[in-house]
Design a protein. Structure first.
Lengths: 265, 58
């Protein structure tokens, strides 16, 4: 039955074809439309693949490269702490006769690693280099120090930032840092121990947490505190997770690491 | 697009497959080493600092 119905259609077209040699353009146009659709499909699939690759880049590649970068920086820094004479060009202007390195009280140059941070609450061997600056380039697996905030151990607010997702994600497990957790900072001249007092979740523009006395503009600082900022929620970053702590102990570099801190690895 | 690429690649099919692989690796390398590092700071996934809403000197 269907064959019988289909037959008249070519029969109707054939008279048209007999009148003029025009029936050829319509099929060509139909193929054009098809190839445009085909091309658009290919472009969309390609864009999808690029987005997938970007996810791989963010979730795998940035972690691999950032971890490698951070451990290299930290290795060099710890070596210069352990053997100050081998410090790689910390003071290029110093005369060769200078035996002791200059005290670390001066502000580090942007991008320079100047301390190592240990947070046992994030893992027994959790150690990260602290770098001056909080730009993306300063946070390659490292912890970044907010410029113009206090240095480790100084009266005021030692404010730092670190990634919670991607780029080495040093603070991936930041919720594990709870009240009473200890944060150790080694500067090459001293070991500082901060005890965490609280955490809070704030808006991304809550810059008052960086003040010398957090949350109190104009107040004169009387104690040394630490502020760690990272993103919240972990994968969205429309808020900030803030960890606050106070300095509870200072010991000279020569006294060795604080008891209870495992500095291997 | 890919059909045209395949048609324009020279040589027998094993050579074309090899050329395709080389092109693919080159494209992925450009993405990972140039395009993605450029795009990353422009996307809102990796903000961990508190700043003034307008770009501040810090």
């Amino acid at each position: 039955m269907t064959d019988d119905v289909a037959v008249p259609q070519p029969a109707q077209e054939s008279p048209d074809a007999a009148h003029a040699p025009e029936p050829t353009p319509p099929p060509v146009r139909r193929i054009d439309g098809w190839s445009v659709l085909h091309g658009a499909g290919e472009v969309l699939i390609t864009l999808g693949c690029i987005l997938l690759l970007f996810a791989v880049y963010e979730l795998v590649w940035t972690n691999v490269t950032a971890d490698r970068h951070e451990s290299g920086v930290r290795h060099d820094l710890v070596q210069s702490f352990d053997d100050p004479s081998s410090a790689p060009s910390t003071n290029p202007g110093a005369s060769p006769g200078t035996t002791s390195p200059p005290p670390r009280s001066t502000t580090p140059q942007p991008g320079d690693a100047f301390a190592v941070m240990y947070i046992p609450a994030l893992g027994a061997h959790w150690a990260k280099a602290v770098v001056e600056g909080v730009d993306l380039s300063d946070l390659k697996g490292t912890i970044g120090h907010y410029p113009r905030t206090a240095l480790p151990g100084q009266i005021g607010n030692f404010a730092v930032a670190g990634h919670r997702a991607t780029n080495g994600q040093p603070l991936a497990d930041v919720p594990d840092i709870v009240e009473g957790s200890l944060v150790y900072v080694r500067t090459g001249t001293a070991w500082y121990t901060y005890r965490v007092t609280r955490h809070q979740i704030v808006a991304p523009n809550a810059v008052e947490v960086l003040l010398p006395v957090p949350g109190k503009p104009g107040a004169r600082p009387t104690q040394a505190v630490i502020t760690i900022t990272t993103c919240n929620p972990r994968w969205a970053s429309f808020e900030r997770w803030i960890v606050s702590g106070v300095l509870i102990d200072t010991r000279a570099e020569t006294e060795g690491p604080p008891s209870g801190l495992d500095v291997r690895g | 697009m890919y059909e045209a690429l395949w048609r324009h690649l020279p040589g027998p099919w094993p050579v074309r497959v090899l050329s395709c692989l080389v092109l693919l690796v080159a494209v992925v390398a450009v993405l990972f080493l140039v395009v993605f590092p450029w795009a990353e700071p422009r996307l809102p996934f990796t903000d961990v600092t508190v700043t003034h809403s307008s770009p501040s000197p810090s």
